[in-house]
Design a protein around this ligand. Structure first.
Ligand SMILES: *Cc1c(COP(=O)(O)O)cnc(C)c1O
Length: 389
């Protein structure tokens, strides 16, 4: 049965889906309703960290599913506690709040920053400074944080108290923080939806120093860049930053919905009973899967992400029809001479699924994609970029 037509009839038309009906997958390969196999270079936007139907992750999830699937946050469950401990051990953070998505992880970060600054400095200090071209989510508050006007159109008024400054402009950041009585700074080390744009180490260092000097939380949005994606556990670890708050989601769950907001020593006691909550947050099934993912993000795996990323960089840099390659690890953006959408569609015909970000092709394959699949997909993308140039 073709469910594409049913979907178009009954599911809200918020997505421009490709005409591909996916029925199953294994590892980095996915099969559609006609039996056509694709190599997946998008991982459901950086979510299926270890590919489809990964054995160890599935086992962890189904084992928990057979015990307790949900309790509400009125009671304790072990996967939630173990996952929080491992996140803290691996990052040096002190506490974790669990939610269900990236937007919610950022909402929590923003609430912590506002409460910290309100208590420390007074109620006038509520503005969060973010960057032009950023992406932080689709709720009305995280849309306000998102520095891309086209997402805002017709949804005004958004949550007040957000200003956006140009990325990599430390002077503009300092000016905005001072002028607007900032309560915090929120940024992605590599802007994902904005086109896979890494921020400069100098700017990130300046943002860290400024946050410290002004005693406001530095919040790093690791929703896309986190959980091994860039070849370190979190992307801020490439830059020697010590964020006060880290938000993450996407790859953490390996395919089940989870968001996490990590709090440093400085802010870990800001939220008190009643300040925040989530019915599904810390769900034991999602946490059992995430715990399995996080346990496997060891040095060896991270080194393989870096070397696969280097392989892709080397393959695409200077290739005919490829104008630039940006990103780190297995989070890459390709600016092609041909429109990105055309290249993505042609690759799909040939059996490779890719993403776009702004005017670039975006690649976020599973962290454990076999070299054989990676090589094959990279050759198809390279050949297509050249053909259409
Ligand atoms: C995807 C993304 C979000 C939003 O995550 P959702 O789970 O869709 O709410 C927020 N920030 C960044 C950097 C993202 O890439």
């Amino acid at each position: 049965m073709h469910f594409m037509n049913l979907d178009q009839a009954f599911v809200a038309g918020t997505y421009n889906r490709f005409p591909v009906e996916i029925v199953r997958g294994k590892g980095s390969r996915v099969v559609d309703i006609n039996g056509k196999t694709y190599v997946d270079m998008g991982s459901g936007i950086g979510v299926t960290a270890f590919g489809f139907a990964d054995g160890a992750w599935s086992a962890a999830v189904t084992e928990q599913l057979g015990k307790v699937q949900h309790t509400s946050n009125l009671y304790y469950t072990e996967p939630c506690a173990q996952l929080a401990r491992l996140l803290c051990e691996k990052t040096g953070m002190k506490k974790v709040f669990f939610s269900n998505s990236g937007a919610e992880a950022n909402e929590c970060a923003i609430k912590i920053a506002r409460k910290y600054s309100a208590e420390k400095k007074g109620s006038g200090y509520f503005t969060i400074v973010t960057l032009v071209n950023s992406f932080h989510g689709r709720t009305l508050t995280t849309l306000a944080a998102t520095g891309q006007d086209h997402f805002h159109r017709n949804f005004q008024p958004l949550t007040p108290g957000f200003v956006h400054v140009e990325a990599n402009n430390a002077e503009a950041l300092a000016k905005a923080v001072a002028e607007h009585k900032a309560a915090g700074i929120l940024l992605e080390c590599i802007q994902g939806e904005g086109g896979v744009n890494p921020l400069t180490p100098g700017f990130l260092a300046a943002a860290g120093a400024l946050a410290k000097e002004k005693d406001i939380p530095l919040m790093i949005d690791e929703v896309q860049t986190g959980n091994g994606r860039t070849g370190k556990l979190y992307s801020y670890m490439h830059f020697g930053l010590s964020p006060d708050i880290v938000s993450t989601a996407k790859g953490l769950g390996g395919g089940l919905p989870i968001g996490a907001t990590l709090m440093s020593e400085k802010v870990h006691e800001v939220l008190r009973p009643g300040d925040h909550g989530s019915t599904f947050g810390g769900n034991p099934v999602c946490c059992a899967g995430a715990l399995n993912i996080l346990q496997r993000l060891d040095d060896e795996l991270l080194a393989s992400v870096r070397s696969k990323g280097k392989y892709l960089m080397d393959t695409f840099s200077g290739a005919p029809g490829v104008e630039s390659v940006t990103g780190m690890g297995l989070m890459l953006g390709l600016k092609t001479t041909a429109p990105a959408g055309d290249v993505v569609r042609a690759c799909m015909e040939k059996g490779v699924l890719c993403l776009t970000a702004k005017d670039k092709i975006r690649l976020l394959p599973a962290l454990n994609i076999p070299m054989e699949d990676l090589r094959w997909a990279a050759e198809i993308i390279k050949e297509t970029a050249k053909e259409l140039a």
